[in-house]
Ligand binder design. Structure first.
Ligand code: PHB
Length: 392
């Protein structure tokens, strides 16, 4: 009898293990001008899963439950996060393109103790809003301080134009700090509406001020192409003004839509699909094999790829039984010397990513526009804003 019970218990345990499904609630932007975030993230998650499913413990499965927040929409994002936790019973949350949405989801993650793995949302302050957040994307400060320092060596007078919301404010402050520290002068700063901006009147003002360079931050996607075209149409390039910014303004997947007006635009960022690193070559090749030669992974794709690598580690280490505290400990210890973007790690103090920043220029490679990496301008960069707060 004892043996029968033991056998039964063992087989029940085995079937419980066999039915072990880790559910990941993905909140992202799948519609509107920034719809690429949803598509890039989903494609990267699915490609990673397809290539690595065999690495999961026997019987453990991952299930993505994806929801569209439709753009910068904090109330909607909060509601989706709550539904994913309460109704769908997800073990982890992931994704989030827009900072305001991540800010709205942070208290939900804290209250429910559900780790939130960010694949975009780059305003520095976001990770301070919940101990359950780990960020696999970037901070705007990481790219804009080195951009400002580099720009000060080339230009005397710069103007800034940013979207009027938290990431834009970060870009303006971080660039200005780097540029001024290098001896540059900011001759004007303008903030444009986040949604449906008409760039023409703002760019006309910039043109009249005759700066050497214009630093732009807007959310990557179709808006990158709008600002690039307006810059050219209004004759700023012809007037000798150099367009610079973080990589959001020359996002890899939009380069074919921008056309030659993007040639020569210089940016600082952590990822380019054109990077020569072998890990990146393999990543881009696998991507194109899966999604076709016309599809190019961008910085949102690499964030999701690395985030899924971390999720796999977390799931493997816990054999599919997700404990939130243990998950956060594992995420804080995450590192990868060979990401497509170079070496990366999560800073255990801040739960932000530590990564290199590259200077890039849009050039033609094999007849196609590409963000060609020219040099590594900063290595193993921790979020400069948090480093600054620490020293205060
Ligand atoms: C953000 O809202 O944090 C954000 C959105 C799009 C970007 C970068 C940052 O390209």
């Amino acid at each position: 009898m004892k043996r029968v019970v033991a056998c039964l218990a063992a087989s029940l345990l085995a079937s419980a293990a066999a039915a072990q499904t880790v559910k990941i609630g993905v909140v992202n932007t799948f519609t509107g001008p920034q719809a690429m975030f949803g598509e890039m993230t989903e494609r990267a998650f699915k490609l990673y899963q397809k290539l690595h499913d065999k690495d999961l413990p026997p019987g453990v499965k991952l299930e993505l439950v994806s929801r569209d927040d439709g753009g910068p929409n904090p109330d909607k994002a909060r509601q989706l996060a709550q539904e994913l936790i309460v109704r769908d019973r997800v073990h982890l949350l992931a994704g989030v393109a827009f900072t305001p949405n991540a800010m709205a989801m942070a208290p939900v993650a804290t209250e429910a103790k559900v780790p939130l793995i960010l694949t975009n949302a780059g305003t520095s302050v976001v990770t301070t809003r919940s101990p359950y957040i780990a960020r696999f994307s970037f901070t705007i400060w990481q790219s804009c301080v080195p951009l400002g320092e580099w720009a000060a060596k080339k230009f005397k007078r710069a103007y800034t134009l940013v979207s009027d919301y938290a990431p834009g404010h970060d870009a303006e402050t971080a660039f200005t700090q780097g540029f001024k520290a290098g001896g540059g002068e900011i001759v004007g700063a303008v903030r444009v509406p986040l949604q449906n901006p008409d760039f023409a009147p703002y760019l006309q003002r910039v043109k009249d001020a005759k700066p050497d360079a214009l630093m732009v931050f807007i959310p990557a996607g179709k808006t990158s192409t709008s600002v690039m075209k307006a810059f050219s149409d209004l004759g700023l390039a012809a007037a000798g003004i150099k367009l610079i910014g973080p990589g959001d303004i020359t996002t890899d997947e939009e380069l074919p839509n921008m056309g030659d007006v993007a040639l020569g635009v210089t940016t600082v960022h952590h990822y380019s699909a054109a990077a020569e690193r072998p890990a990146n070559r393999r990543f881009v090749e696998a991507w194109k094999k899966e999604y076709g030669a016309a599809s190019t992974p961008n910085f949102a794709a690499v964030a999701a790829w690395d985030a899924m690598d971390a999720i796999f580690q977390v799931v493997r280490a816990q054999k599919g039984n997700i404990d939130p505290e243990r998950t956060m400990e594992l995420l804080k210890a995450y590192r990868n010397a060979d990401s497509p973007r170079g070496p990366i790690a999560i800073d255990p103090e801040t739960r932000d990513i530590v990564q290199n920043e590259y200077l890039r220029e849009v050039r033609k490679v094999g007849g196609q526009l590409a963000n060609v990496e020219l040099e590594t301008v900063a290595t193993a960069v921790k979020d400069p804003w948090k480093e600054m707060q620490r020293k205060k």
